[in-house]
Design a protein around this ligand. Sequence first.
Ligand SMILES: C[S@@+](CC[C@H](N)C(=O)[O-])C[C@H]1O[C@@H](n2cnc3c(N)ncnc32)[C@H](O)[C@@H]1O
Length: 233
Amino acid sequence: MSIGKTLKYLNRSLRVPFNRKSAFKKLAEFHSNPLSMDKLVDWAMKFPASGHLKVRSSQVRFEIMSLAKAVADLKPERILEIGTAEGGTLFIWANLASKKVISCDILEPGVKQSLYEAFPPPHSQCKVKNLTGDSHTKPFLERVEAELAGEKVDFLFIDGDHTEVGVEADYNEYHHLVRSGGIIAFHDIVEKQAIPENQVHHFWKRLKENTNTEEFVNNANQTGYGIGIVRVP
Ligand SMILES: C[S@@+](CC[C@H](N)C(=O)[O-])C[C@H]1O[C@@H](n2cnc3c(N)ncnc32)[C@H](O)[C@@H]1O
C-alpha cells in the first residue's frame, strides 16, 4: 500500500467511533418512523453513514423496489442473501423479515457487523447473521444449513459470484433451502454488461426456458443490472 493510501486508511480508521455513533443515530431516526418502502429502498442505495460504516447498494431504483415489494408480499420470516458487499440490500431484507436474515460474503463485515445486526426494527424478532466464506464450498453450505436449523427461507437473493459457473453453482447448491411459494432472485441478468465476468445472463437464459420467471428491468437497452425472479412451485 502506498503512503498516501495508508494515511487515508488510518484516517478512516480513526474516524470509526464517530462514524459508528452517527450511523446508529441515523438508524434510530429511520426506525422512529413507520416503515416506508420508498425510504427503505432509498436508504439501502445510500444510507446516510460514511467511512468504514458506509452502507450502499448499486441498484436501479425501479428494479430493487419491484423486488422489495415482491419480497414484502411474501411476509417473509427468513431470508438468505449471497453477496453482502456494503450491506445495502441486507438493510432491505432485515427490515422485511420477521425471524432471520443470513447474509453471506467472502469478505468479512468488519466494523459494520454491529450496525448490520441493528438493522431490524427495534420491535422485530429478526436476527441478522453474517457468514464469511466462499459460498461454493461444502463446509460453507453446511454452516448456512446449520444456521437455518431445518427451516426453509422465503426468499433467496443470489448476488455473489457473477460468473456463469458461479451463479449456477449458487442456484444448484442453495435452491433446496427455499420453501414452496418462495422466491429466488438474481441480480445483473441483462445481456449487455460492462465487464465480461458478469455472466449471470447466460445462466438466466437457460433457467427461464423451463421455470416460472419474472424480470424487473428498467430499460431493455441498459448495460448491467436487471433482476430476475423465480417463483418456487
Ligand atoms: C454485487 S456484490 C453484492 C451487492 C449487494 N447484494 C447489494 O446490492 O447491496 C457481490 C458480493 O459477492 C461477494 N462474493 C463473490 N463471490 C462470492 C462467493 N463465492 N461467496 C461469497 N461471496 C461472494 C463479493 O465479495 C461481493 O461483496
